[in-house]
Design a protein around this ligand. Structure first.
Ligand SMILES: Cc1cc2nc3c(=O)[nH]c(=O)nc-3n(C[C@H](O)[C@H](O)[C@H](O)COP(=O)(O)O)c2cc1C
Length: 446
């Protein structure tokens, strides 16, 4: 069978980064970001189209200039738990920071979502972009990169250890023998590491998929190494075909280099398709959206996010781009380095830099349904991604993609017509991780 395309829906409410005008659209309820019915409706539409997952991003720092959706939003696991009881097949991937959580709590919350959804949970591990989050957790500063990513790796390892607290047959619940639990199948973790000390065991058993699926987002060297070691899915930023192919090849190579099967790390590229009746109409619509969102004041404010929510408005817009490299050391260093390099090389002013990084770049998936399906098929075949993490502005846009593009992808044998499984792992084609203790027993190591 042809290599299958994976599809996730990245659901927002009133407008995420760059979507400055979306909240004004009459089709968007002004409380969409905190309206659970809004998410349930989108999850059901995506499930009807056999999407692999609903994907919820997150942040924990705002100021008044942040995107509308960020200002008033639901916490991802709470949101996904509510969606879980209205859906049966679609995976539920929530973003949770490894920097600002403790592993016992992380393990418990995702294991609960995994049980509530009967094996459809996924954890998108992020180290948190917004440096200001530190002050919400009693720290003066965001952790430096090496610490953030070291903590992330250990956090995931501890969580996975806790998820194996019970072997799959730990609960005979045998009334006749008066045995609820077989204590030999309950295991403490007794972890003592650089960042965490966690005794365990966790008080919740494994779901039908064994463990929630681990996703990762973050593109620095440290981020890629984390992905190579622990990720089973990646939320990757978009870019040119060449950029995304290079990222794809690099991740697969790093994964193989640490002895893992590269097919067990699925790369989901973020994308916002624009579909219309004709290619010309889609391009006109795409330009119209850009023009409506093209508010320089908001773009300038958003530019500060990776630099610790720095207020660039205090600088002369027509002076050279200010020397703010130090501000990104603990925030979004990878993208900041690219901004600084380009500003320096091309001797750009602050205004020119903001414009250069926010110029009109239509999605490669813009056009009539056939053009969009062709582009998705071609990029997928050229190993720019294994799947797409799709964002749509309105329900109408999602419905149009589902009605007009998905059937073309299905007719080409690229995308499923029925779910293969009831679990996220099963649908992604990922193996169920064996409980480490059961494996030890079978190997005669105990
Ligand atoms: C595609 C993508 C999506 C991300 N989504 C989130 C998110 O939802 N919440 C968050 O706090 N950070 C998110 N991050 C940020 C990462 O957690 C990370 O802190 C940031 O990218 C800086 O690390 P890096 O230089 O390794 O990319 C995302 C990063 C990427 C590339």
């Amino acid at each position: 069978m042809a290599r299958q395309l994976k599809l996730a829906l990245r659901a927002y409410g009133v407008g995420g980064p760059g979507q400055h005008s979306l909240w004004k659209d009459p089709r968007i309820p002004k409380n969409a970001s905190i309206d659970i019915d809004w998410y349930i409706a989108q999850a059901k539409a995506a499930e009807h189209a056999k999407f692999d997952a609903l994907f919820i991003v997150d942040s924990q720092f705002i100021n008044a200039t942040y995107p509308a959706h960020y200002l008033n939003r639901l916490e991802p696991l709470t949101l996904l738990s509510a969606v879980a009881v209205h859906t049966r097949h679609i995976g539920l991937v929530g973003t949770l920071s490894s920097t600002y959580n403790s592993p016992f709590n992380t393990a418990r919350r995702f294991a609960s979502l995994d049980q509530i959804s009967r094996g459809r949970a996924g954890w998108n591990v992020v180290t948190s972009l917004d440096a200001g989050t530190s002050k919400n957790y009693g720290l003066d500063q965001h952790l430096d990169y090496a610490t953030r990513y070291g903590r992330a790796r250990e956090h995931v390892e501890v969580v996975r250890g806790l998820w194996d607290s019970y072997e799959d047959d730990a609960f005979p619940a045998d009334v006749a023998r008066d045995v609820f639990l077989d204590p030999a199948k309950l295991h403490a973790l007794d972890h003592e590491g650089e960042h965490f000390r966690v005794a365990g065991p966790l008080n919740i058993s494994r779901s039908p998929q064994g463990q929630p699926v681990i996703f990762q987002a973050g593109v620095s060297d440290d981020g890629r190494d984390l992905a190579a070691h622990v990720a089973e899915g990646i939320y990757a930023p978009g870019g040119t075909l060449a950029d995304t192919q290079a990222y794809y090849a690099d991740i697969k190579q790093r994964t193989a280099a640490v002895g893992r099967d590269p097919d067990h790390v699925l790369i989901f590229l973020g994308a916002q398709p624009v579909v219309a009746g004709t290619d010309a109409e889609a391009h006109r619509l795409s330009r119209e959206i850009y023009d409506a969102d093209n508010d320089f004041g908001r773009k300038l404010a958003a530019f500060g996010r990776g630099f610790g929510a720095y207020d660039f408005a205090q600088h002369d817009l027509d002076a050279p781009f200010p020397d703010v490299a130090a501000l990104a050391e603990r925030g979004g260093r990878t993208r900041a380095a690219e901004i600084l390099r380009r500003a320096r090389e091309q001797q750009l002013t602050l205004r020119e830099t903001v414009l250069a990084f926010t110029d009109y770049t239509p999605s490669p998936f813009t056009g009539d349904p056939r053009t969009v399906a062709d582009a998705i098929e071609s990029w997928h075949a050229q190993r720019a991604f294994d799947g797409l993490n799709l964002g749509f502005r309105t329900h109408d846009d999602l419905a149009r993609f589902v009605a007009d593009v998905v059937p073309l992808l299905q007719a080409r044998g690229l995308f499923r017509t029925e779910y293969e499984s009831d679990t996220l792992r099963g649908n992604l084609g990922l193996p169920i991780p064996r409980n480490r203790h059961t494996t030890l027993v079978e190997a005669g190591a105990r």
